[in-house]
Design a protein around this ligand. Structure first.
Ligand code: SF4
Length: 71
């Protein structure tokens, strides 16, 4: 079994899809993303991840919708 394909972001409970090409990781609170934008809401972001990425925090289970609601 190939763990990196089975335990990838798109199958992780912390993945929130944005579009067909990727989504956001909601494992932890947003991180500082820079202050180049004048809008405060752009300064803190959840990390962008690809559907086939993965990390050691992977967790199987319910996934979130694009609005962050568990589905
Ligand atoms: S980066 Fe890790 S915790 Fe976040 S969605 Fe991907 S596998 Fe899950």
């Amino acid at each position: 079994m190939n763990e990196s394909l089975d335990q990838c972001c798109i199958r992780c409970r912390y993945f929130g899809a944005v579009d067909a090409l990727g989504g956001l990781c909601h494992r932890y609170p947003p991180v500082f993303a820079g202050d180049a934008s004048p809008r405060e809401s752009h300064h803190w972001r959840h990390p962008s991840v690809g559907p086939h990425g993965w990390c050691g925090e992977y967790s199987a289970g319910d996934q979130m919708s694009s609005s962050g609601v568990t589905i």
